[in-house]
Ligand binder design. Structure first.
Ligand code: NAP
Length: 269
């Protein structure tokens, strides 16, 4: 049997991870597999037991609904529970232990690594799992202030205080401040979800607008930002970024990011 990694979740058929990792394995000529595996919540502990016993298993990505539950079943050597509070990648350490980590914060940050965000003002829409990873990343680069707009304002306030950040928690529909970075980290604007209605006019001309939603790829928010000629970052950039960090952990080699355009074309087919 070949070495392999996989993505687990329930449901799992929609996942783009097999296409991303499969593209990189082919591009690099690595004789390994990456597959999707449906694992129910009841089967999660048994799944990790089977991974421990399988020498070909290189690791897994974890998606809904297992990102928190996995924290109790694998070792947390990097303090993920206290920081992001969820695991999206599990690998095997040299001593054989299964270690949980999270590549969403790094994946979010990689497309905007060239921005100087120190002391700047960011607006984040949403206060769920993606927003938590994003706030962690923003806290690490010394963001000055974060305004969170969320349906549940108390949840947004708790998220801000858990990172000891300066900022405000406001209800959805509040006017935007003149922020340097606007990130949609909610489900709003995603296929099948309500739309995100924002007036972008308070944003300065050099603001960056980032939507983590990738289905559709061109959300209404990004179309509005494009119409204002603001710099934009779409959700596939974060998706590919978090996968790249996981790929290196699984297979010990960086994926060929110079082929992102080809990969993106494959993912939007
Ligand atoms: P989550 O933990 O379930 O959080 C969902 C967020 O959306 C919460 O802020 C929630 O508000 C808000 N929301 C849900 N339904 C709403 C509604 N009807 N009206 C207003 N607000 C609503 O989900 P998540 O894991 O953070 O994912 C959020 C989005 O990020 C999804 O679209 C997901 O696909 C995307 N994502 C993308 C990447 C990537 O790599 N590009 C990675 C992770 C996630 P309340 O707090 O008030 O409930």
């Amino acid at each position: 049997m070949k070495p392999y990694a996989e993505v687990i979740g329930d449901p799992i058929a929609h996942s783009k991870s097999p296409a991303i990792h499969g593209f990189w394995l082919d591009a690099l000529g690595i004789d390994a597999e990456y597959r999707a595996m449906r694992v129910s919540p009841d089967g999660l502990a048994a799944y990790f037991d089977s991974c421990r016993a399988d020498p070909e298993w290189r690791g897994c990505n974890i998606t809904i609904p297992h990102k928190q539950a996995a924290l109790d079943l694998v070792e947390d050597r990097g303090g993920v529970r206290q920081s992001i509070g969820a695991v999206n990648t599990v690998i095997r350490a040299e001593d054989g232990a299964l270690i949980g980590t999270n590549t969403d914060a790094g994946g979010f940050y990689s497309p905007i690594a060239g921005l100087d965000l120190e002391g700047r003002h960011a607006v984040v829409i949403g206060a769920g799992g993606a927003a938590r990873a994003i706030l962690f990343a923003l806290s690490k680069v010394g963001i000055g202030r974060v305004t969170i707009l969320n349906r549940n304002v108390l949840k947004a306030a708790a998220l801000l205080s858990s990172f000891g950040m300066k900022g405000d928690a406001m209800p959805l529909g509040s006017p935007l401040p003149a922020a340097d970075l606007l990130v949609n980290a909610s489900v709003l604007g995603m296929d099948g979800q309500p739309s995100l209605d924002l007036d972008l006019s308070p944003l300065p001309e050099d603001a960056v607008v980032y939507d983590v939603v990738y289905a559709p790829l061109e959300t209404r928010l990004l179309a509005q930002a494009r119409a204002r000629e603001l710099d934009i970052v779409d959700g596939l950039e974060m998706l590919i970024g978090q996968a790249a960090l996981a790929f290196e952990l699984f297979f010990g080699v960086e994926p060929p990011r110079d082929r992102d355009e080809e990969l993106r074309a494959l993912l939007v087919k």
